[in-house]
Design a protein around this ligand. Structure first.
Ligand code: NAD
Ligand code: LMR
Length: 339
């Protein structure tokens, strides 16, 4: 019996993500929480002939607590996406989002820490580089911090890397089987695709400017969607797909499947030896980093090494570190900052 909870379930990501979770046979109970519309979304999904029992909750009458009671896995896509007209690229917009989403994530994390402290927490709300530290600090404050169970969802970057590389290889049918570790964080230059480790090597004829363009596209893929949606928000459907894929990996690992590895943004103490090795590889003592993580019944089993990286990729790593350090500090210090 597995209970999954979506916080922010009525939103652009929340609805399709809830749909995908409803179709996952590993889930027996699905609780949908949002500040609006969850009764309708839940009623709609509840007619789908799959095992999960669906219920919707709103803030009145302790709705958050009721949604979270007995939760095994909690996915958080709550908060604002890029606002209409927000055209600035890269990290700047995520700072704007921080102002609103930090408080939302703090309050939801407090609910999880007090009601379902053992649940796996999957954070989608931006800026992920800072919201995951917020969740960690809230859990510490409540004395229930387990770094093995808190994950920043960076799967969309991984999904984009596979898709864009399949495009370069001229064969979209390869996309599902192309595996590329994308490490670092989830914003602009902190997104580091290790393309030299692609399961499907790039053509040796690929010129440096084409490689630069590919890296840029993976790092700033979110901008493509924001521009195309023209004021209507950011990626929702591809994010729902990516979030459901990562949740499925967690659930399969919980069921005992071995050898499941996925890049995800974690506190590096989740596996001290692995985390220390990453710090050595990047040459900086960061608390959080997205690395290939082996998953098991209790969450993080092992943080894998970044492996052999090229000189070019080492430069990408070094370029990511200042922003990552600032983002992490911003999230961590938010909890101690005056509310
Ligand atoms: P949206 O506005 O469509 O939906 C957000 C939902 O959160 C809304 O239904 C809203 O009512 C709800 N919400 C707001 N405050 C809440 C609270 N206190 N408790 C519960 N629910 C609350 O936005 P969206 O497009 O679904 O994006 C959601 C977040 O995901 C944004 O921060 C966005 O930047 C982020 N995002 C992350 C990734 C990623 O790769 N990690 C990808 C895309 C979007
Ligand atoms: C994305 O990568 O698409 C998300 O982080 C949303 C955004 O605003 O870019």
């Amino acid at each position: 019996m597995v209970k999954a909870v979506v916080l922010g379930a009525a939103g652009g990501i929340g609805q399709p993500l809830s749909l995908l979770l409803k179709t996952n046979p590993l889930i027996s109970e699905l609780a949908l929480y949002d500040i609006v519309n969850t009764p309708g979304v839940a009623a709609d999904l509840s007619h789908i002939a799959t095992p999960a029992k669906v219920q919707g909750f709103l803030p009145p009458d302790d709705g958050l607590k009721k949604a979270l009671t007995g939760a095994d896995i909690v996915v958080i896509p709550a908060g604002v996406p890029r606002k209409p007209g927000m055209t600035r690229l890269g990290i700047a917009f995520r700072d704007d989002l921080f102002k609103i989403n930090a408080g939302i994530v703090r309050d939801l994390a407090t609910g999880i820490a007090t009601t379902a402290p053992k649940a796996f927490v999957l954070v989608i709300s931006n800026p992920v580089n800072s919201t995951v530290p917020i969740v960690a600090e809230v859990f510490k404050k409540n004395g229930v911090f387990d770094p093995k169970r808190i994950f920043g969802v960076t799967t969309l970057d991984v999904v984009r890397a596979s898709t864009f590389v399949s495009e370069i290889l001229g064969d979209f049918s390869l996309a599902p089987s192309i595996k590329i570790p994308v490490v670092g964080g989830h914003s602009g230059v902190t997104i580091i695709p290790l393309l030299s480790q692609s399961s499907h090597p790039l053509p040796s004829s690929l010129k440096q400017d084409a490689l630069d363009a590919l890296v840029y596209r993976i790092q700033f893929g979110g901008d493509e969607v924001v521009k195309a949606k023209d004021g209507a928000g950011s990626a929702t459907l591809s994010m729902a797909y990516a979030g459901a894929e990562f949740a499925e990996k967690i659930l399969r690992a919980v069921k005992g499947e071995k050898g499941i590895v996925a890049p995800t943004y974690v506190h590096l103490s989740a596996d001290k030896a692995g985390g220390d090795a990453i710090k050595k590889e990047i040459g900086k003592d960061l608390d959080f980093f997205s690395a290939p993580v082996e998953l098991g019944p209790d969450g993080v089993v092992k943080i894998n090494s970044l492996g052999k990286v090229t000189e070019y990729e080492q430069k990408l790593i070094q370029a990511a570190l200042p922003d990552l350090a600032t983002n992490i500090e911003k999230g961590s210090s938010f909890i101690d900052a005056p509310k």
